[in-house]
Design a protein around this ligand. Structure first.
Ligand code: FES
Ligand SMILES: [Fe+2]
Length: 383
């Protein structure tokens, strides 16, 4: 696969306009805004936009451009919080969580002023299984349901809303966003890069060069189903963590009741299933497991800079032992991601050096090829 798109500033500008300002983008979950007035702010440098996501009076989650209608100041500066009114710090124009303008100091000094027409500019916002998506197109060309396609039915029944404890990490990396994306779009690296944190984890004991149980390429999205080695020996600490619920390491074989999984999870119904990876174009990875959920949002910032937001969702702990298990999972998974992150900037360095013109991708890395095909489809006008 050619590497030009990993280093091209021109392509990056096209991707901003033709992809990121036109597709549905996941920006958070409904549990982040449970009550009226709760909000969070999502700055999206790739879209030159700051988005205010808030829970309004009718209970709906709504997205707005976080821009004051008076003279354009950023309205809400906190990353998250709760308030029934947002006052702009410049001149005090004040808005409700529904985006209505309700307060204008010295209002009588404006000419022909219609306050009700000066609310915040809404952004198309829809929710799938608790995941909040926004679309910056003035008129999105399809609904979120249409955009997600098969993925909706395949994951129906997964207990997304029960995994209410969330741990999040953010990495700010000097690399093009697709290197971040690719780092979580194949399992080929696990055997080697994760030999310290996950020794033997994804090694197929029957056929050592097959680490995937299944692959599905959808029109724009894709999924990988990964083999988990049932003979892998947990360490004594891991064994303790397993006994009390979720940990990074208890997802094999007998631990999984495959018949109770949604139809799209472990599609081969293998007893040696580790987890599945659903990649939702362009930058959202969803990894539903038997006992926890992992997500990645890979955000472009510049042609050579990206933000990796990684989250772990778990059921709430009910006692101290379960807390231990969750803390263990949080740290163990962090160690694995540090290994992933360690290659990203140096891969950018290598690609920028101009020494190679192409990458070699084996068959089990085909989700990377597919994602680039869809990028090209968008850039060449197929959508
Ligand atoms: S720019 Fe917001 S009140 Fe003036
Ligand atoms: Fe990895």
């Amino acid at each position: 696969m050619p590497i030009k798109q990993y280093v091209s500033k021109e392509q990056f500008e096209q991707e901003r306009q033709r992809i990121f300002r036109r597709v549905w983008l996941n920006v958070g979950r409904v549990e982040e805004v449970p009550r009226e007035g709760d909000y969070f702010v999502k700055d999206l440098p790739v879209c030159n936009a700051s988005i205010l996501v808030s829970r309004g009076r009718e209970g709906a989650v709504q997205g707005f451009h976080n821009v004051c209608k008076h003279r354009g100041n950023k309205l809400v500066w906190d990353e998250r919080g709760s308030s029934l009114s947002h006052a702009c710090k410049f001149h005090g124009w004040t808005y409700t969580p529904d985006g209505q303008l309700i307060g204008v100091p010295e209002e009588d000094m404006f000419f022909h002023f219609e306050k009700q027409k000066c609310g915040l500019t809404p952004v198309a916002t829809e929710v799938w299984e608790g995941f909040i998506f926004i679309n910056l197109a003035p008129q999105p060309q399809e609904t979120l349901r249409e955009y997600l396609g098969e993925v909706v039915d395949l994951l129906k029944g997964y207990p997304f809303s029960k995994l209410t404890t969330c741990y999040a990490y953010t990495l700010d990396l000097k690399a093009n966003w697709r290197i971040l994306r690719d780092s979580q779009l194949e399992g080929y690296h696990a055997k080697f890069l994760h030999r310290r944190s996950l020794p033997g984890f994804l090694v197929n004991k029957d056929d050592s060069s097959r680490h995937l149980l299944d692959v599905k390429l959808f029109t724009r999205h894709s999924m990988l189903s990964l083999y988990g080695n049932p003979d892998r020996k947990p360490t004594p600490t891991q064994m303790v963590a397993h006994r009390f619920g979720t940990s990074v390491d208890n997802r094999f074989g007998a631990a999984v009741d495959v018949d109770r999984l949604p139809v799209g999870l472990n599609p081969t119904r293998s007893a040696n299933w580790a987890f599945d990876l659903y990649f939702i174009f362009p930058n959202f990875h969803v990894l539903p497991m038997s006992d926890m959920l992992i997500t990645h949002n890979m955000w472009p910032v510049a042609a050579d800079r990206g933000l990796w937001e990684a989250r772990i969702y778990l059921p709430a702990a009910e006692n101290g032992a379960e807390w231990f298990s969750r803390e263990y999972a949080k740290c163990a998974i962090r160690d694995t991601w540090l290994e992933d992150g360690s290659t990203i900037e140096n891969t950018q360095w290598g690609l920028t050096s101009g020494v190679i013109t192409h990458q070699f991708l084996q068959d089990q890395e085909l989700a990377i090829r597919h994602a680039e095909k869809v990028v090209n489809d968008y850039l060449t006008g197929a959508y």
